[in-house]
Design a protein around this ligand. Structure first.
Ligand SMILES: NC(=O)c1ccc[n+]([C@@H]2O[C@H](COP(=O)([O-])OP(=O)(O)OC[C@H]3O[C@@H](n4cnc5c(N)ncnc54)[C@H](OP(=O)(O)O)[C@@H]3O)[C@@H](O)[C@H]2O)c1
Length: 289
């Protein structure tokens, strides 16, 4: 049985979902979805900018009946492209994602990035544009096109601005979060506001040799606990109630990444939370006004 988190509106979301950034092409998506469903994944994370929604929709349509699963058994997240920010645009973009995925509703829809594609990060018009997108997502939520809505790559400043403008609080903030990039302030802000913090790039992105997976302390601790460095990183997050979205195109890694049925001691959790390294591996939204 998969661990889940209950979002502030009562919707249940699996704590582990399959990341699909850079997973493209029909054959690859079909094999990844099959391996994930076999391994027990019930949650999939995509985005308009990943350009794989159509293939993901086809693969789920194909495999769900084979695994005796229905639409309600799975949780699908997609994200608004920075090129579709705005009140009308965000709602139209959601309809395109739904059509690509062959769905009548999404489980979670996120504003992917706090800036608009055509604006520089320091352009103050970003504030207005993302406020419009958020109002668009609220309207879509109220129409039942999505069961939960949220943001991604929002800093405390972006979140505070949003909360000052509306009483409709995001259910999720999806951000980079791992022992090399702790974001303690953001995590406690989200906890206080009832926003679920969901981690991406838990394994250090798809870099050729991930400094996270090769960190000597992480490798040493994983060895001691007879798990892999990837499992250690994923359990470190889920044990704190933080959702994770490991991306893999390898069936054995996909299986490994959801087998997290062990607990870390307080001491081991603290060791990982105090590595003393601060490194962001994905894009940094802190310069976005
Ligand atoms: N909202 C956002 O802005 C945002 C940004 C980045 C990511 N995301 C989401 O988060 C997901 C995950 O982040 P990510 O794609 O940056 O990468 P990640 O999950 O941190 O790392 C993926 C890399 O780790 C390798 N890997 C996976 N399992 C492994 C294991 N058990 N042992 C060793 N290596 C393993 C993969 O290679 P193999 O394929 O060979 O296993 C791949 O190279 C994305 O796919 C996407 O869905 C969201």
């Amino acid at each position: 049985m998969q661990r889940t988190v209950i979002l502030s509106n009562g919707v249940s979301m699996p704590l582990v979902g399959l990341g699909t950034y850079k997973t493209r092409g029909c054959d690859l998506i079909f094999s990844v979805v099959k391996a994930a469903l076999e391994a027990g994944y019930r949650s999939f994370d995509t985005a308009a900018v990943y350009r794989n929604e159509k293939e993901l929709g086809e693969a789920l349509h194909h495999y769900l009946p084979q695994f005796n699963l229905s639409r309600e058994d799975i949780f699908i997240t997609s994200k608004l492209s920075p090129s579709a920010q705005g009140y009308d645009e965000s709602q139209a973009a959601l309809e395109v994602s739904l059509s690509n995925l062959q769905l009548s509703y999404l489980d979670l829809y996120l504003i992917h990035w706090p800036a608009a594609a055509k604006l520089k990060p320091e352009d103050p018009r970003n504030r207005e544009v993302r406020a419009g997108s958020w109002a668009g997502l609220e309207a879509a939520y109220k129409r039942g096109r999505v069961r939960a809505v949220g943001v991604s790559n929002y800093t405390v400043t972006h979140l505070q601005e949003l909360l000052d403008q509306t009483s409709f609080t995001p259910h999720v903030n999806q951000v980079e979060y791992h022992p090399h990039y702790l974001q303690k302030g953001l995590k406690s802000f989200c906890e206080n506001e009832g926003i679920h913090l969901q981690a991406y790039s838990s394994l250090g992105t798809s870099l050729q040799s991930s400094p996270l997976l090769q960190d000597p302390t992480i490798c040493h601790l994983a060895n001691k606990l007879t798990c892999s460095p990837a499992q250690l990183l994923l359990r470190w997050a889920t044990q704190q109630g933080v959702g994770v979205l490991p991306k893999s195109t390898s069936a054995s890694h996909i299986r490994e990444n959801i087998h997290l049925d062990f607990d870390l001691s307080e001491k081991d959790l603290a060791t990982l939370s105090n590595l003393g390294i601060s490194h962001k591996y994905a894009w940094d939204p802190s310069s976005v006004l």
